[in-house]
Structure formats: C-alpha cells, structure tokens
Design a protein. Structure first.
Length: 627
C-alpha cells in the first residue's frame, strides 16, 4: 500500500539546482534512510513533503487516510504550555482522548474543575477501546529513556537539546502511521540512541529518516534513498548494502564518463571539419554530440588523496592530569581523576549528557580551573579545540575568505602545501561554492567550516567536542581518513559509535557522580566489555546463597519458603478483592448517577486499582513458578 508519492519534483535557489524531476514513493512498512551531502537539499525535500515549502515543478502527496508526524531539526513549540501539555497536544484519537481525560480529572493544577459526568463516562469507555491505560505505561517508558522528568516545566525554559527530545517523545507517543525524522540522534547520548535504535527496529511503522549515524541507519532502515547531484537513487537494503552498490554505481559512472570523453574528442574533430550546410543525418549526429558533451562533463566524485597535517613537534611531556576534581552546586562531575597522555594517543569520551565531558575538556584547555588537582601541559603542546557551539564567523564573509583570513596556504605534509581553495575542496567545499557567503550555508556546512578553522592551524593536540553533529556521511568519511593519519594526540567526544570505532584506541566512560573509567579498545570493545560485566554480575547474583530458602537436596522439588507461601496465599485473596473493587468502581462510573466531584474521585480510584492489580498479579506470577 503506497503511503507517499513524489512525481517530477524540482527545486532550485537562483542558479543552484537542488533536485530536478525526481520521482519516488514510500510504501507501508518501509523504513527508508535519506542520504545526501550537506546543502544538497535533504531538509528542503522534507519541507516540501510536509507542505512547508513548494516545489518549482511536480507534486507530492500522502495517502489521505493516514496520520503523519515530522521531527524537525529545530522543533519549536508555542510558549505558555508545560511539557506534559505539549506531549499530549496532537490530533490522533489517542492523544485527544488522553488529553480530554486528563482535563476532566483536573490534572492541570491551574485550571478550574470542569468535570462533566457524561463526558467522563464516554472518555473511560474510549480509553478502554483504545487500550489507553496500557499506553500510559508506554509513555512513561519513552519519557524515562529520553530523560524527560520535569513534566510541569514550561517549554520556553527548555534547552535546544531538551526541546528536541520532547519533540521526539511526542512523535513516539502519538504513534502516527508515517514518521519523518530529521537528524533524530542529535542531542541524544549513546544510551538514548541505542534505545531509540532498538525501539524503531522493533516497531511496525513506516519511516523516512535523515541521519548521519551509520550504525543507526544500518540497524533501522531496510531501504536507502540517495540524493546525489539533483537525482534520486534507490537501494533496496540497509546502509552496508548501500555502500557496496553506491561504489558499483560510481565505478560504472566513471567508466561511462571516460568513454564519453574519448568519443567526444573524435566527434569534436568531426564537428570542426563539417561544412555549414548540414544534412538530416548530420543534424542528428550534431544533437548526439551535444548529449555526449553533457555526459562527458559530469564531474566524478572527488577522489582525494591522503593528507597528513604537518603538526608542530611534540616533546616527551604532553599532558598530565593529577587528582582532578570539580563540583557545580554541590554536584560532583569529576572526582579524583588522573591520567598521563602519550604521543599519538587517540581517546574517545562517552557518557550521558550532563556527566562532565565538556567540563573535562575545558579543564584540559585551561578554560576552567579544577577545584582540586593539577593540570600540567608540555611546552610544545598546541591545542586545537572544536567546541559544540562552534565559533563566531562573520555571516557576510565569503567561505574562501574565512579560510584565507587564517592562512593563504596550509602545509599538509613534509613537501606538500595546499592553497585555501584546495583545502576547502578536500573537505567537500567544491570550487563553485567557495565564493558563497557564510549566511547561505546549511547548518552542516557551517559546522564543517568551523571545523576547518580549527584543524588548519596545525595543532598537535586536537580536541573535538561532538564534531559529527549535522555533518553529512561523505564529510564524515573524509574527516575519519584525515584523523586516522593525524600525527598528534586526539580527544573525541561523540555519540557516533561508527566514528569512535574507526578512530580511538581507548574510551573514557563518564559513569556519573564524578566517576570516569578507562576502557581499552574502541566503542564496540567497550560495549562488549560492558555486556560481559553485566553477564558476570548476573551469574554472581544467581550464585549467591538465598537465606530465605532452605538448601535443597539434588532432585528435590523446589518450594516456597514459609514466608513466601503465606505471601502467595495472601496475594490470591488480595487479587480477588481488587478485581471485585475494580468491577464495582467501573459499575459506579457507568451508572450516570455520580455528581462531578465524586465522579472525579471514583475515576482516580479506578486508575489506582488498575496499577495495584497489575503489581499484585506480577508478584503472584513470580511466586507461582515455585508452587
């Protein structure tokens, strides 16, 4: 069943053509990843799909009877609403029912009591029909995993990252038929990303997603759409399949272009020799010549050679941290941390948001003083520090001038020097865009430019705080190649597991409450180590003697302890009693005889009884296996 169809879509800004006459459709159940370079038109295409922008030509439509949810890169909410009100502000039947039910129960403290007995009875029946009672547990799980805990906080007080997580939670809660996600992993820590990856993989839904997270793409998507040079290419498989087939396509394109160029040389010579009077046959050949010229002019994907930056000489002493501690408002973020860095060391840093990762970087670069401990930096160390927020650049400057203001030439090897233009070209700024003003760049292109201003100064100790946010996959591949050959020390804070796996020798894990643990190997090695630790803990827990149980002889049937037997018997009676109370409460709610005040009280009692009954039944099941 087709959920979305685009026919002959075209969009250009002035002379820059983003895409031209593209066609694609998305069917029910497909999970599609959209891949393109920064500035190629990914977000523009999504905005056209959502009717926030209009195409120059063509049209696109969603199926009429489906619901669609869109996670913007920078979502915005109207001010004045709390987080809880925002989460339930939707048009789906489930969201409307939950919102109205909450209003009837006076869950918003600042609203006057407006309970309507007849309406509440209808809502309870609707809650049963939509299985909304179970949905509340799902909402709690989503909010817990995305670390959204202050539901009464006004949305205008949230940070950008918090707003993105609330917007993501809202989409998952509403359960739309078709979900469109633009960079969903930005502002999520690795634990959140892995949870979301697992959640989207298991859910039966239709999905279109823009993300640079290659592990995420590989795990979630079963199809890839690539927007390249204004055209759409489709790959029926995950990211790994896409990489293989994309290489085959580019090799075929290179071969075709080379063949066209060889033939063009012969045709050009023929064109020069031809008299002005043309036969019909000659005119057909001339038309073929112009088509051939167009094919031969296709610029292949830049095949860049390795470049190794010529960094300043590094002495024996590099960086030493001794017993570093730091607190903010009595909250410990770093507790007695020590480490001595070695030459060419590449370290990854991971941990939940707010655990102190950026604090450590600011202490290392002496932008922040520790409360205790010492930081000793070698005399030859030159830091290059890329911050999450980037740097301030004059938006009215041209891209090439931003680089030239730092250096006209950049030394990239013992005997090799790049001009500013060549350096930009290497990092996927083609010559045609280097005279564009900074204000015209996409978010990802601006971050890439900020990154270049840091690395082109030839530091010998490079610190990158979330460098992968908003960068396209093509740029990430170039950056990985560059950093893998970087001859100095490297610290990377990132939630991009693929990026970390390709680059780092070991991992600093910020575990919270100031604890920092050092794991050898890359991120996957760390994850394997963590899994093994959990399995070991489970085995040790199982091996512990249970004092409340008597030691059993081999072959003897396991039994409950006396205390557990009494609890089990009591549970049966309690469950029966709760079920009867639930039945009576529901009859009261459906009677139509309760005044508004009592109706509210009884409805709240019904919800409480459901929770208690579920808890008792779970415990009964746990004990029943030993009966």
């Amino acid at each position: 069943m087709n959920y979305f169809q685009a026919d002959n879509l075209s969009k250009a800004y002035a002379e820059k053509i983003l895409f031209e006459n593209i066609n694609f459709g998305i069917d029910q159940g497909q999970k599609v990843g959209l891949i393109a370079r920064n500035g190629a038109g990914k977000t523009t295409l999504l905005n056209i799909m959502m009717q926030r922008d209009i195409p120059d030509t063509g049209n696109c439509n969603f199926r009429n009877d489906i619901t669609v949810a869109y996670l913007d890169q920078n979502p915005q909410f109207p001010s004045g609403a709390s987080v809880s009100q925002t989460l339930l502000h939707g048009n789906s039947p489930l969201a409307q029912t939950l919102r109205e039910y909450n209003q009837q129960l006076h869950w918003q403290e600042n609203e006057p009591l407006k309970a309507n007995p007849e309406k509440l009875q209808k809502l309870i029946a609707r809650m049963d029909e939509l299985q909304a009672w179970n949905h509340e547990n799902k909402i709690k799980q989503i909010l817990t995993q995305l670390k959204i805990d202050n539901l009464d906080q006004p949305v205008e007080q949230l940070s950008g990252g918090q707003i993105k997580r609330v917007a993501l939670a809202k989409i998952l809660i509403e359960e739309a038929d078709f979900i469109i996600l633009d960079e969903p992993t930005n502002h999520l820590d690795i634990d959140m990303i892995e949870w979301l990856e697992d959640y989207l993989s298991r859910q039966k839904l239709t999905l279109l997603m823009v993300t640079h997270d290659r592990y995420f793409l590989d795990a979630v998507c079963n199809e890839i759409l690539e927007l390249d040079r204004g055209e759409i290419f489709r790959y029926k498989g995950n990211y790994a399949y896409f990489i293989e087939k994309k290489q085959e396509r580019e090799n075929a394109m290179l071969a075709e272009t080379e063949k066209a160029r060889n033939l063009l040389r012969k045709e050009t010579e023929w064109m020069r020799r031809q008299p002005k009077a043309r036969t019909t046959k000659s005119k057909a050949r001339i038309e073929s010549y112009h088509q051939l010229k167009e094919t031969a002019s296709i610029t292949p994907v830049a095949q860049t050679n390795e470049i190794i930056m010529q960094t300043a000489r590094m002495g024996k002493k590099i960086l030493e941290l001794h017993n570093i501690s730091k607190q903010f408002d009595a909250r410990t973020v770093i507790d007695d941390f020590s480490y001595i860095f070695k030459r060419r060391e590449k370290v990854g840093i991971v941990g939940s948001n707010g655990t102190g990762k950026s604090t450590l970087l600011n202490i290392i670069t002496q932008n922040l003083a520790p409360d205790n401990g010492t930081v000793t930096t070698g005399e030859t160390v030159q830091f290059g520090y890329y911050r999450q927020e980037g740097i301030q650049v004059d938006e009215n400057k041209k891209v090439i001038d931003v680089i030239k203001d730092i250096a006209e030439t950049i030394k990239v090897g013992k005997d090799t020097t790049f001009t500013a233009a060549q350096f930009l070209q290497y990092f996927n700024f083609p010559y045609s865009s280097q005279n564009d003003f900074v204000r015209k760049l996409s978010g990802g292109e601006k971050r890439r430019l900020f990154l270049l201003t840091v690395i082109m100064k030839n530091p010998n100790f490079l610190i990158l705080d979330e460098p992968t946010n908003d960068l396209d996959i093509a740029t990430l591949n170039v950056l990985e190649d560059f950093l893998s050959d970087f001859p100095g020390c490297l610290i990377i804070v990132s939630h991009d597991r693929y990026f970390l796996d390709n680059l780092v020798d070991h991992i600093f894990v910020f575990e919270g409450e100031g604890r920092i643990k050092n794991y050898p190997g890359n991120y996957t090695d760390y994850q394997l180590s963590k899994t093994n630790e959990k399995q070991k803990e489970k085995k040790e827990e199982k091996a512990k003697p249970r004092p409340e149980r008597k030691e059993e002889k081999p072959g003897e049937k396991k039994k409950l302890t006396y205390k557990e037997q009494k609890e089990f018997e009591a549970l049966e009676a309690e469950i029966e009693k709760l079920e009867q109370q639930k039945k009576e409460t529901l009859e009261k709610l459906n009677s139509g005889q309760l005044p508004p005040e009592e109706l509210q009280e009884v409805s709240q009692k019904y919800a409480t009884l459901e929770e208690q009954l579920e808890e008792k039944e779970m415990r009964w099941l746990e004990l029943s296996q030993w009966v």
